[in-house]
Design a protein around this ligand. Structure first.
Ligand SMILES: Nc1ncnc2c1ncn2[C@@H]1O[C@H](COP(=O)(O)OP(=O)(O)O)[C@@H](O)[C@H]1O
Ligand SMILES: [Mg+2]
Length: 474
């Protein structure tokens, strides 16, 4: 936005100029955190639960910000600051006043978040990049990371940071995208109907990927059909001639497919599917195009996500090839050597029935290569609604074939034990598990640690890495 002057920026945001800035050019970046509002920044003061960001407008200007955008009340207060003789309306009409608040533009919008979102859309249009949106119940961040890995050698590619996937994070990521970017990959999260539609209005994606549909946020959404419909808002938002990328044979999405967008299916039986694989490479058949990739990862679920990513790359005209160097976002199943000769699978970031199964498969696969003992430390899967106990029992049964020792963490996870049937320990919460787990591990074990975000199993991972039992010796 460096070449946008204050008038242009205000028009794009649907905001009023309370005070123009004397300096030429526009902001280099946008932030909603006043502590980050140094030179070159446009600080957007959003309404918050505790405080209104607009209260920090003067502070942002004092820190050298290019300007501030907030609601009229705080914008006028900022313009008045240092010029107390002006009342609000006078400040608005008088405009710039030497010696008033610290230098910088001041913009007002009744709904600053909507203004931020409009600004993001304007920047997205100016960017002239192809935009790929990624949503789904599980695997969004992994697919985004894979897309970045396979596109980067071919196109100037930018991907949103993990979980900047909301009505606030997504516009910020768009606004952080540098001019000259050719492909922009945006993760879209949702916790209710209408949210993906809202994000798509902001991002105007050319390509929409739905990685998976499953029982995640079931408590909020009511049914998997409702979840599918919410994900499918991304398909509905595509322009005619856009590309929708969906799992092959997913009946839940069938009612939402469109004739006027290209639909590409991935996975077994789909348009993009695995033809052959070894531990370090895959050959993918993509509707007659053959794609060979060398991989530094072997998790089956990531190979599934890779098919979606390959479909996305092809949709923007890139035929990927060569080596894929995947930089996994932390907590997504990274394998590491922990203390005491233990191998840790750190999947503590989150959990739901789909990703629990994938992680247990991975535990069995990794341990199976050496015949190591398989230890699964599984925490509660939250937000599953009235059938939560049944979902946990299903995972217990699934673990029976894939783990030699099950440690459950939390009251819901306790429901896994009966269906599991094997050797089992229980911890009431993550702190208790951090005490318990190191003491039950032996050299050579492979241990998976996974649970919902709210269970915060990272302290168990830390205890495993440290490798010494935390509990007093009995
Ligand atoms: N296709 C998939 N199927 C099942 N589980 C998956 C899949 N892709 C990733 N996962 C698992 O889900 C967890 C969360 O993955 P992530 O890519 O961060 O998803 P999201 O961004 O949708 O929350 C990972 O740790 C991994 O265990
Ligand atoms: Mg994510």
């Amino acid at each position: 936005m460096r070449d946008w002057d204050v008038e242009r920026l205000a028009a794009a945001a649907g905001a009023r100029v309370v005070r123009a800035d004397a300096r030429p050019g526009g902001p280099e970046r946008v932030t909603i955190d006043s502590r980050d509002a140094g030179p070159g920044a446009l600080f957007v003061g959003l309404g918050g639960k505790r405080a209104h960001g607009g209260e920090f407008a003067v502070e942002a200007l004092a820190a050298g910000a290019w300007g501030v955008l907030t609601d009229p009340e705080h914008a006028l207060a900022a313009a008045r600051d240092g010029a107390p003789e002006l009342d609000g309306s006078a400040a608005e009409t008088v405009g710039a006043r030497a010696g008033a608040a610290p230098a910088g533009a001041i913009l007002a919008a009744d709904d600053p978040l909507a203004a931020l979102q409009r600004l993001a859309t304007a920047w997205r249009r100016q960017l002239d990049a192809r935009v790929i949106a990624v949503t789904g119940s599980t695997g969004k961040t992994s697919t985004k990371d894979l897309l970045l890995a396979i596109l980067s050698p071919h196109r100037r590619t930018v991907a949103s940071r993990a979980n900047f996937n909301t009505e606030i994070g997504l516009p910020l990521e768009i606004l952080a995208t540098p001019a000259g970017t050719e492909v922009l990959i945006l993760e879209m999260g949702m916790r209710g109907a209408g949210q993906i539609a809202e994000l798509a209005v902001i991002a105007e994606p050319d390509v929409g990927i739905i990685v998976s549909v499953g029982p995640v946020h079931l408590e909020l959404m009511g049914s998997v059909e409702a979840i599918a419909a919410a994900k499918a808002e991304l398909i509905a938002a595509l322009p005619a001639g856009g590309t929708a990328i969906v799992p092959a044979g997913e009946p839940l999405l069938a009612p939402h497919l469109r004739d006027d967008v290209a639909t590409v299916t991935f996975g077994p039986g789909g348009d993009v599917q695995l033809r052959a694989e070894t531990p370090d490479h895959v050959e993918i058949d993509a509707g007659g195009t053959s794609v060979r990739l060398e991989l530094d990862f072997s998790q089956a679920h990531l190979r599934h996500d890779l098919l979606a990513a390959v479909a996305g790359a092809l949709a923007v005209g890139v035929t990927p090839g060569g080596r894929v160097q995947l930089q996994l976002t932390p907590g997504r199943g990274q394998r590491s050597a922990a203390g005491g000769g233990v191998t840790l699978l750190d999947d503590c970031y989150n959990a739901n029935p789909m990703s629990m199964r994938a992680a247990l498969d991975e535990l069995a696969r990794v341990a199976g290569r050496t015949g190591a003992r398989r230890v699964a430390v599984l925490g509660d899967m939250l937000e599953l609604g009235p059938d939560a106990a049944a979902f946990h029992a299903e995972i217990g049964a699934y673990a029976a074939e894939r783990a030699d020792l099950l440690v459950t963490v939390g009251p819901l996870a306790a429901e896994m034990a009966a269906a599991y049937g094997g050797q089992h320990r229980h911890a009431a919460d993550a702190a208790a598990a951090a005490q318990l787990v190191p003491g039950v591990l032996a050299a050579g074990d492979v241990v998976l640690v996974k649970g919902s975000r709210g269970v915060a199993l990272e302290q168990v991972c830390r205890a495993v890495v440290a490798g010494t039992p935390r509990s007093p010796v009995r």
